[in-house]
Design a protein. Structure first.
Ligand code: PBG
Length: 322
């Protein structure tokens, strides 16, 4: 009679042995927590499609930062909801803009948390697109200069890292050059290199009040069907000076995360986006899944696929469980 020589269950017998042979470990060190900053005072407004996440005015943001730091979360990424939006998204690169003021406020505290800023125009433009428009066209090259100004303005306010998310061609090179020219050659760039045109960004657009007012983002963000193109995008960003690369969204693109891990020896981030968060929260609220366990399994899967860093709205909750 055949008897198995290899019995995998031997190493699953109890929690201790499982712990000893575990291949992947999530750590709070892997987390970057996205935060939304809005005008006003004393504002902490829950985002309806993202329970447990809020728009914060700067004073409340500082309180939140203390909590983030006490949980050991090493980085945050800031998104701004400006006072005024206009065609050219001018508050994005205004030294008195919402993000610039938020960075200065954080940097005036003793916080050691790394402050990363999202560099994009869509939160600041009246039309909600990530670039300058002409009719219904999103112009590439004229947008680059504004993105460069935005990145420099963030660095000048004290940002530790900038993260261009606009998906205009050539932006990493232009941002790198502008930062270097202004004396910020030590400010790293985390490039949203492989950013797909995804339906999973829905709740974020509620949070950042940034939905496109016409059309969609398919003429600049990547087509969900493409894999080889992801390699070209990341390769180009690295050549232009990206220090870290990112895949976004995470869960529906675990194959792409794995591919990036194999192709590039650069720190790799993955963005567990708003829609991924909202689905788990909604199912949890309905009692259909065990929310905390699904959260941890999801984050682990992103790490296992090859991500070093995970941008996630679960950062605080997961840090508490770890
Ligand atoms: C800005 C930006 C978006 C997200 C991050 N940066 C929105 C978009 O591209 O439409 C989405 C993040 C999320 O869904 O959690 N361009």
């Amino acid at each position: 009679m055949y008897f198995p020589i290899y019995r995998p269950r031997r190493l699953r017998a109890n929690p201790t042995i499982r712990r000893m042979v575990r291949e992947t470990r999530l750590s709070v060190d892997n987390f970057i927590y996205p935060l939304f900053v809005c005008p006003g005072e004393g504002v902490k407004k829950e985002i309806s499609s993202m329970p447990g996440n809020y728009q914060f005015s700067i004073d409340m943001l500082l309180k939140e930062m203390e909590e983030v730091e006490s949980l050991g979360i090493p980085g945050v990424i800031l998104f701004g909801i400006p006072e005024h939006k206009d065609e050219l998204g001018s508050e994005a690169y205004d030294d008195q803009g919402i993000i610039q003021r938020a960075i200065r406020a954080i940097k005036s505290t003793a916080s050691q948390v790394q402050v990363i800023t999202d560099v994009c125009l869509c939160e600041y433009t009246s039309h909600g697109h990530c670039g300058i428009i002409q009719g219904e066209k999103i112009l590439n090259d004229p947008t680059l200069e504004l993105l460069a100004r935005e990145a420099v303005s963030h660095a000048r306010a004290g940002a530790d890292m900038v993260a261009p998310s606009d998906m205009m061609d050539g932006r990493i090179g232009v941002v790198r050059e502008a930062l270097d020219h202004e004396g910020f050659e030590e400010t790293p760039i985390m490039a949203y290199s492989v950013k797909y045109a995804s339906a999973f960004y829905g709740p974020f657009r509620d949070a950042a009040e940034s939905p496109p007012q016409f059309g969609d983002r398919q003429s600049y963000q990547m087509d969900a069907a493409n894999v080889r193109e992801a390699i070209r995008e990341a390769d180009q960003d690295i050549q232009e000076g990206a220090d870290l690369i990112m895949v976004k969204p995470a869960l529906p693109y675990l194959d792409i995360i794995r591919l990036m891990r194999e192709e590039f020896d650069y720190p790799l981030a993955a963005y567990n986006v708003s829609g991924e968060y909202a689905m788990i929260k909604a199912a949890d609220q309905l009692g259909w899944i065990d929310g905390p366990r699904v959260m941890m399994e999801t984050l682990l899967s992103i790490k296992r696929a090859g991500a070093d860093l995970i941008l996630t709205y679960f950062a605080k909750e997961a840090a508490q469980l770890l």
